[in-house]
Design a protein around this ligand. Structure first.
Ligand SMILES: Cc1cc2nc3c(=O)[nH]c(=O)nc-3n(C[C@H](O)[C@H](O)[C@H](O)COP(=O)(O)OP(=O)(O)OC[C@H]3O[C@@H](n4cnc5c(N)ncnc54)[C@H](O)[C@@H]3O)c2cc1C
Length: 522
């Protein structure tokens, strides 16, 4: 596996900027850890007399525009859609939802309600995107990503997450205690460590003195504790059959342990597009909406981009290209044959969401404030809103299908009609909240594989695993004055953080390349 330094050296050699690495070191841009990335800045004034065209106004394009403008570059951003944000898409009342091969929809949510159709949560480990939120004054709130009161509906039976997690711990502790008591582990560990572990298991797994799991209320109650004579009665423990009805249930048990899925997460108040909109406010004069890029060609050392139905042409010294690969591979570009081959047919995850507006029965009836319910039905996840608690209505994400419980689910769910997706989502809500599905109104569904100008959530598959291969290395290389960014060019793919980090990497290359070329007279 090449080191980061190897890749950059290779990039420099292949991209025509012979001393890229040295130039980056001179500019102080070479050593960047994720922690330092939050303090990234191009040298002030380094863009004077230089122009750049940025393709795409998603997070990568907006971050690039923000930083380049601050360094004095003349920036133009070309965006195909009539909105910024790309895969950060907050749907509000009045918004139109266009899906390829499906009827258009119009969201009718009440003012203040919204569906984060794309990005919806930010972990505290995503320091760069959070640093932009802080810097730009975007108010943030907790996004409840995990809630022990939410339901798990697997094998046709709904149990509370609280019961699943705690009974599982109790049952496993019980088995382990039995093995220790039966001296089955004597050869595995020193005696004193076994004794300490045995003592630990008693409290950890709620075991009685005989080593049997004895629920103490942490799994929930058959009778809630109350006033006066209302003593609590803990819920009866479930057995492994109920706790693991199928393999599909493994992720819910692990979800909170995944480092970028831990509770609490964060979200901008009022919709995930808050950060993209804040960046847009800073760079607005540079952004041209409704300008799909048609062709990208090199003209000497510079670049010429043709855009829009009226085929306007724009020339610039440099280009930052952030287009998702399915779209970029269809742009008429004079890229090298290797680059064209690398960007072709990269699979993109076709996730789907379904949202409904409803009175907040999950709060009033079930006292559920945020969190995620899990199911082995096709809708996979239900997300309860983390904002607007106790408001009259809210938007319930009744389906978030991303292959959480089965890898085929996104394709299968996306292939359905809107009505079928909505019916499946309703049925799931009925199972989790009996008698309440009738309260669901104003459905909206977004399938990302069918969403124009995105065509998927992001690059997936073995080539985008941690061990990246030749295709990824090829996609990182500049093409003359054109550098590339986007979530797919990071190790934090499928996240805004990856988009922002990749933009910084592209800008470092750009700055190094520019340091070697004299500015063209304005
Ligand atoms: C369902 C879903 C859930 C997600 N969940 C999260 C989450 O919880 N947290 C999180 O941080 N991230 C999440 N993400 C990922 C995050 O949204 C993306 O990784 C990030 O927004 C990608 O930014 P980008 O700039 O790389 O690409 P994009 O946002 O796709 O930006 C590219 C831009 O290029 C434009 N474009 C395309 N073709 C052309 C053309 N020919 N000419 C001009 N413009 C063009 C597009 O319209 C778009 O605006 C999620 C995404 C989805 C879809």
């Amino acid at each position: 596996m090449p080191t980061r330094r190897d890749v950059l050296t290779q990039l420099g050699a292949l991209g025509g900027a012979s001393a890229v690495w040295m130039a980056m070191e001179t500019l102080g841009l070479a050593t960047v850890t994720p922690a330092r990335a939050a303090r990234f800045a191009l040298p002030p004034g380094s863009g004077q007399g230089r122009s750049v065209v940025i393709l795409g106004a998603g997070i990568a394009g907006l971050v690039a525009a923000y930083e380049l403008r601050k360094a004095g570059w003349t920036v133009t951003v070309l965006e195909a859609r009539d909105r910024i944000g790309g895969r950060v898409w907050t749907v509000r009342g009045g918004d139109r939802i266009v899906q390829t091969g499906r009827p258009d929809q119009r969201a009718e949510f009440a003012p203040g309600n919204y569906l984060n159709a794309g990005a919806a949560r930010i972990p505290s480990t995503h320091r760069l995107i959070l640093s932009y939120a802080r810097r730009l004054g975007v108010p943030m709130e907790v996004m409840v990503n995990c809630n022990r009161s939410a339901g798990w509906d697997f094998g046709g039976r709904v149990i509370a997450e609280r019961q699943a997690v705690n009974d599982m711990r109790g049952r496993i502790s019980e088995l382990l205690a039995k093995a220790i008591d039966a001296r089955a582990l004597d050869q595995e560990m020193p005696k004193d460590e076994l004794a300490t572990l045995r003592g630990f298991l008693g409290a950890y797994g709620a075991l009685d003195e005989k080593g049997r799991y004895e629920p103490d209320g942490r799994s929930g109650f058959a009778e809630e504790p109350g006033g006066y004579t209302h003593a609590p009665v803990p819920a009866r423990a479930l057995g492994f059959g109920a706790l693991v009805p199928s393999r599909a249930i493994v992720l819910p048990y692990l979800f909170e342990q995944i480092s970028d899925m831990q509770a609490p997460m964060l979200q901008p108040v009022g919709g995930m597009d808050g950060i993209a909109r804040a960046l847009y406010r800073e760079v607005r004069p540079s952004v041209r909406l409704g300008r799909p890029v048609v062709s990208v060609r090199r003209v000497g050392e510079r670049v010429r981009v043709v855009h829009g139905a009226d085929r306007q042409a724009l020339e610039a010294d440099y280009c930052v290209c952030t287009l998702p690969l399915p779209l970029l591979s269809r742009v008429d570009a004079d890229f090298s044959a290797a680059k064209k081959a690398a960007m072709k047919d990269v699979p993109y995850l076709p996730s789907v969401k379904v949202g409904f507006e409803a009175p907040r029965f999950w709060e009033t009836d079930d006292f559920l404030y945020g969190g995620v319910a899990w199911t082995d039905r096709l809708n996979e996840n239900v997300l309860y809103p983390s904002g607007g608690f106790h408001a009259p209505t809210g938007v319930l994400v009744a389906a978030y299908v991303a292959g959480w419980t089965h890898p085929d689910n996104p394709q299968r769910f996306a292939a359905l009609s809107h009505e079928e997706r909505i019916r499946i989502s309703r049925d799931s809500i009925e199972a989790l909240h009996p008698g309440r599905s009738q309260l669901l109104t104003k459905p909206v569904t977004v399938a990302w594989g069918l969403t124009p100008w995105s065509e998927g959530v992001g690059a997936v598959g073995p080539e985008w695993d941690v061990k990246r291969g030749a295709r990824y290395a090829e996609l990182l290389k500049p093409e003359g004055p054109i550098v590339f960014a986007g979530e797919h060019l990071s190790y934090v793919g499928l996240w805004q953080e990856g988009a922002a980090l990749s933009a910084h990497e592209a800008l470092k290359l750009l700055a190094a390349m520019a340091a070697e070329r004299k500015p063209v007279a304005a």
